[in-house]
Design a protein around this ligand. Structure first.
Ligand code: SME
Length: 146
């Protein structure tokens, strides 16, 4: 199945899964699992902005680091600059935080509400160059549902 087809199914499922009457953690838990069910990526999950740092939120995959400072790692940079980062080779990214030695590429999407980043969605792959602008545009659409 083509990536676009897969994402259009995910978006439909996400739209019906997201429940505006529960908190972000509940919706992030289902969203990270939904993405994990469709893609065989190594790690898919959220870090939430709590006070002055990113704190580990709902995820699927190996155990991960619990706290990331503003501007640190790919996640902290996505938060700081309010933009999506696509990293073809994490070993070449200065300051990358290696939660898992098996990760080789990564995409991080900021979740923005009222001009404020309240979380980031982080997806890691064991393959190099796994993510592209197509993933970016669909994943940005998906997190905007939160
Ligand atoms: N690699 C991320 C840290 C989070 S883990 O990959 C789950 C980073 O550099 O921010």
């Amino acid at each position: 199945m083509k990536k676009a087809q897969k994402y259009s199914i995910i978006i439909k499922e996400a739209e019906s899964l997201i429940d505006k009457n529960v908190d972000d953690i509940a919706n992030m838990a289902n969203l990270s699992r939904l993405l994990y069910d469709h893609f065989s990526h190594h790690w898919i999950g959220f870090y939430r902005v709590i006070d002055d740092k990113l704190q580990l939120g709902p995820f699927n995959g190996p155990i991960a680091c619990t706290s990331i400072a503003l501007g640190k790692g790919v996640c902290g940079k996505s938060w700081l600059h309010k933009k999506t980062y696509i990293v073809d080779d994490v070993h070449q990214f200065e300051g990358h935080i290696a939660c898992s030695p098996q990760s080789n590429s990564e995409i991080v999407i900021p979740c923005i509400r009222g001009n404020q980043v309240f979380a980031v969605l982080d997806i890691d792959s064991t393959h190099y160059k796994m993510f592209d602008s197509e993933d970016q545009s669909y994943l940005e659409q998906i997190v905007s549902l939160l």
